[in-house]
Design a protein around this ligand. Structure first.
Ligand SMILES: C[S@@+](CC[C@H](N)C(=O)[O-])C[C@H]1O[C@@H](n2cnc3c(N)ncnc32)[C@H](O)[C@@H]1O
Length: 511
């Protein structure tokens, strides 16, 4: 292993994930729901940006000046390609946390974010990051931090230890991390087949091994096979972060904000009897067996007067991300799947059905005659954001200014779809972030941008791309063998794209 990575796994590049929690716009409604003021974000920083998909999407789709660092040169190279494509204002460094955090030329930040970093980095790096946040996060600024949490990992932590140990002892250095991941998982399966007392006492462990077998190998390598793997209790994180004067604001996972989806009435009553909010949060983690926390912390929480909270909430805008009839009435919280109440959700979705951004104040007016109170409407909006059916929209003026950058970035990404399907997101100036858009839709957009107007032409274009790579469509588990079958399947996809996806991509300023 080379020196620069200081034990962090660098043999395999990370995945190309996009995370909306890292979008400063995403925090606003969550903050207001918690009764807190949010900062206007002009400068933001992402530590350990990986392939840089999130940081690039957020920089291209907003006017925020982004900074970021990652010490993996291959990933930084890719992230910089994206930045060059969009022309957005962002500065991406190829530096370790220790180097970057001590730079003298960085501004103070309104927003500092790190996803998938804290649990996998050394104690020394964590101290460096804490010191950086203490010095560089402005008063009123927000920290987004995710980490592996106890008690949720308690049962599986010994299995993670075993996987890692197997890797260290049994895998030869030259065999490559991906094949080691496979052989360590196979080893775990062999052990579990002997019904060890550990698995009998922790029956969820074999199920989890079955589940991770289907997951992306690069992700597994980084999640389980890294040198550092530190789970923390919420209270431990709270001690650290309050020591640098941060206050817990709220979860960045919107569905976590709604107790009825996650806690039984008994649990809610029990938690309601705990006067200390931080201890309540700790106990809540036991109720839901929390495994991964994604939280916002603020440098000096400013509680809003209820009237101001209402005013600011009413000014927030949201947009519908699917066709109205495609919005699932089901939503999954920690208590399992629940059905949204039709009389509450239908009028809100109807008010957004034309895919124009609407303020919560406008939605309030639209649903008033249905007997829906403002509080009920806001709670439903939180659930719909959590279910990724709607999302916050940014000011029109900013959206207008960001469009040129997102157009350039999206053109680059659609062109990338000629060669693979790693990046499944495109940037939207309307929402200041990205939406999920699969490879075929990206190729249909590319065909459109080359003047092809009809679904049959987009299907033909996509088929030619697949042909050059020896790929065929798989439908219901069967590979479609003939050209005719493949073209028919692609034509069906292209028609769905034209009728259902394209109008939304247009509303989002992507098409
Ligand atoms: C698990 S990945 C997460 C990447 C990205 N935040 C995401 O969620 O997609 C961790 C990232 O942190 C970077 N990293 C780890 N230790 C680092 C260090 N000491 N200095 C700079 N970057 C580091 C790695 O190169 C890797 O890209």
């Amino acid at each position: 292993m080379s020196e620069w990575n200081a034990g962090y796994l660098a043999d395999v590049d990370y995945t190309y994930g996009y995370y909306s929690q890292l979008d400063p716009l995403h925090m606003r409604i969550a903050f207001l729901y918690a009764g807190l003021a949010f900062p206007e974000v002009a400068t933001a920083c992402e530590l350990g940006f990986g392939q840089g998909v999130s940081v690039n999407m957020h920089a291209a789709a907003s006017r925020v000046e982004w900074y970021g660092t990652d010490f993996n040169p291959t990933q930084v190279g890719f992230a910089r390609e994206l930045a060059a494509a969009s022309g957005a204002r962002l500065r991406l460094f190829e530096q370790s946390f220790a180097e970057f955090c001590n730079r003298a030329d960085l501004p103070d930040f309104d927003f500092i974010a790190m996803h998938g970093i804290w649990s996998w980095t050394s104690k020394k790096n964590r101290a460096t990051i804490l010191d950086f946040v203490r010095r560089k996060l402005k008063v009123g600024g927000v920290l987004y931090l995710s980490y592996n949490t106890l008690p949720g990992w308690a049962a599986f932590a010994p299995m993670r230890h075993l996987l890692k140990r197997h890797h260290e002892v049994m895998c030869s250095p030259g065999s490559g991390i991906i094949s080691c991941v496979d052989s360590s998982i196979a080893f775990a399966e062999q052990l579990l087949a002997t019904r060890p007392a550990y698995a009998v006492a922790n029956p969820q462990v074999p199920e989890r091994i079955r589940k991770i077998k289907g997951e992306n190998r690069s992700y597994l390598a980084h999640e389980y096979f890294n040198k550092e793997w530190n789970c923390a209790y919420f209270a431990e994180m709270a001690d650290l972060l309050t020591s640098i004067r941060l206050n817990f604001a709220c979860s960045a996972h919107y569905l976590d904000l709604v107790d009825d989806l996650n806690l039984t009435p008994d649990q809610q009553a029990f938690l309601g009897g705990i006067p200390d909010p931080m201890f309540r949060e700790t106990v809540r983690d036991y109720c839901v067996n929390q495994q991964f926390r994604t939280d916002y912390w603020v440098n000096g929480a400013h509680r809003l007067h209820p009237l101001e909270q209402g005013e600011k909430l009413r000014a927030q805008r949201v947009i519908l991300l699917r066709q109205r009839e495609d919005v699932s009435p089901k939503v999954k919280g920690r208590l399992g799947e629940m059905t949204m109440q039709e009389p509450l959700y239908a009028p809100i979705l109807d008010a957004l059905a034309d895919h124009l951004p609407r303020s919560l104040g406008e939605i309030e007016q639209a649903v008033q005659d249905k007997g829906i109170s403002f509080a009920e409407m806001v709670r439903a909006v939180i659930v719909l954001i959590g279910a990724a059916s709607i999302t916050p929209a940014q000011d029109e003026a900013i959206a207008g200014k960001a469009r040129e950058q997102t157009d350039k970035l999206n053109a680059f990404l659609c062109n990338k779809a000629l060669y693979g399907d790693e990046i499944v997101n495109l940037a939207s100036p309307v929402i200041g972030g990205a939406v999920t858009t699969g490879r075929f839709d990206q190729l249909f957009l590319l065909a459109r941008s080359q003047g092809k107007k009809l679904p049959a032409e987009w299907a033909q274009f996509t088929w030619q791309v697949l042909l050059t790579q020896g790929l065929k469509i798989v439908s219901e588990g069967e590979v479609l063998e003939t050209e005719e079958e493949n073209l028919n399947a692609l034509l069906e996809q292209a028609r769905i794209f034209a009728d259902r996806h394209l109008p939304i991509l247009e509303a989002l300023g992507i098409a």
